[in-house]
Design a binder for this molecule. Structure first.
Ligand code: PGA
Length: 237
């Protein structure tokens, strides 16, 4: 794993935006994998700025988000569709039909997962995937114990994830118990990955991910086997 040490969130975001936009400029039809959470927010702002100055276009881009909560629609402030619209999609020219997020309101969740996986395959797999990491080592919502050969699937969120993410909801009990997520094998199929990790509370897990054993107990540890991954972090590793 290549590691780029940066001094703060701003430097991390500038570097991440630079790498993502290089892919978008290089490819005629870039297929992007996108993450939510606090970590990539500034990167999205920088990309919107680049789009507004005419430096980059997303007209031909296709995107697939990593995950979505079960039971939340696009108008729910806690949904990832809402997050993406607010923080990125509404500020750029990606075609709405090309910006994919699993549908947490689907009547058959497993069918929704299968269709999502198929759409990623038909798009030719992800050219460039942005990842964050949870304090328990999850990527997307692949919680500890998820099989390395998993594809897009329904997950039951762990108590620790529900606790950490409850901050995005008005009341703790509003926090969903399930989500849809790309699987670890789907993630590993991406041609290039950046893993953004910021803040001391992620230091123990990042050390484990980079130096520890590759184990399903630490889902992100599988990334050690990815041929083209860059970790961008303000932490010493
Ligand atoms: P965060 O979330 O960016 O809000 O820390 C990362 C994650 O849980 O994957």
């Amino acid at each position: 794993m290549k590691v780029i040490k940066v001094k703060d969130n701003e430097t991390m975001s500038v570097k991440a935006a630079e790498m993502l936009s290089a892919t978008v400029k290089r490819l005629a039809k870039p297929v992007l994998g996108l993450a939510t959470g606090s970590t990539p927010k500034r990167m999205y702002e920088l990309l919107i700025e680049q789009y507004k100055t005419g430096d980059i276009t997303f007209a031909e881009a296709i995107s697939f988000n990593l995950d979505e909560y079960v039971g939340l629609g696009p108008n729910h402030i806690g949904s990832y569709q809402y997050y993406m619209n607010e923080n990125f999609f509404n500020g750029i020219n990606i075609k709405k039909e090309n910006a994919h997020i699993p549908n947490g309101l689907a009547t058959c969740l497993q069918t929704e997962c299968d269709i999502y996986e198929q759409q990623i395959t038909e798009a030719g797999k992800l050219d460039f995937l942005v990842l964050g990491i949870g304090e328990n080592g999850h990527i997307g919502f692949n919680e500890p114990g998820t099989a390395f050969d998993s594809r897009t699937h329904v997950v039951e969120l762990t108590p620790s994830t529900r606790e950490v993410n409850a901050r995005f909801f008005e009341r703790t009990e509003d926090m969903p118990k399930e989500a849809l997520t790309m699987g670890l094998a789907t993630i590993m199929d991406a041609k290039e990955i950046i893993l953004l990790v910021q803040g001391e509370r992620k230091a123990p897990i990042l050390k484990e991910v980079i130096h520890g054993p590759i184990t399903e107990d630490v889902p992100a540890s599988i990334l050690q086997q990815h041929p083209n991954i860059t970790v961008i972090t303000d932490l010493d590793v």
